[in-house]
Ligand binder design. Sequence first.
Ligand code: A2P
Length: 337
Amino acid sequence: MLEKKNKYVVAVVGATGAVGREMVSILDERNFPISDLVLLASERSEGERIEFRGKNLPARKLAKDSFKGVDIALFSAGSERSLKFAPVAVAAGAVVIDNSSAFRMDPQVPLVVPEINAHSLEKHAGIIANPNCSTIGLLMALKPIHDAAKVKRVVVTTFQSVSGTGKEAIDELASQTVALLNFKDIETKVYPHQIAFNCLPHIDGFLENGYTREEMKMVNETRKIMEDDTIRLTATAVRVPVFRCHAESVNIETGTKLGANEARAVLSKFPGVIVYDDPSRNLYPLQLDVSGKDEVYVGRIREDETVPNGLNIWIVSDNLRKGAALNAVQIAEHLIK
Ligand code: A2P
């Protein structure tokens, strides 16, 4: 458990990555009480400087002795690093908030979206998991609908930006776009196919059942966070040539009838959700507009006319903020309350 202090020593593991950099800036923006910020990355980035509260702090190489004196460690450097170093950080006395999928389904590890299940933070053994970016955006909209009308079945298709893969993927979309517009050959390193001007129905590895890991993360994490194993969810996860923000087209069947206006009302009241839905003025959430925003935006709210109790909605959330770094910092804020 975290000892209460006025200020904390915080480590960011993967500080030079797409999510890690966002963690550093969100800690600053939200005035997280920090006495010392330890920035950790691979040896490739040793000495690279990252600005925090007016100082240029050096990135250090992640090692077994990196966590001496650290109170809270935010991990976003991939599952392999989390599996190896999160237990080391916990043994050194830190509480770990892990953005990888390494520990999410471990029954000892709370999987937390603070607006939904902050109560599960009361019991942890040193590691707390941050959910998958698409799951967080989806559940922020599903929770108020579930509370109002009990969600029975969900069919979701995602439109996920390349920043969800990391900084190399951001570079790949940019460089392929530049190459193609200059009639040059493209290089494909991160994705199995061209991502510029293309959509790939493939995120993370394929499993025996024909689904991808990303799709099954949404199924399993939804049940754990909503604490309801009866919710049936099926997903298709698609990578789209967008730099930032994930969009999701979601069809929901509920136990009792929830009209479109009632859905708008319950969604509007939920903390962290903004209903942005005025087709008469062409207003609906767009990935470009939601980029950099903390809230999850919901629009295109309408009844599914093919079933008695159904809704269709369109969700957009910033995958680097609420989908990753912001949610992790919100968990840390709960821990120090
Ligand atoms: P580095 O920049 O030195 O490679 P992204 O998700 O944007 O690709 O970022 C991944 C983050 O994880 C980066 O900060 C990266 O550091 C870090 N990382 C990757 N491999 C290692 C490793 N072996 N040890 C420590 N940090 C790592």
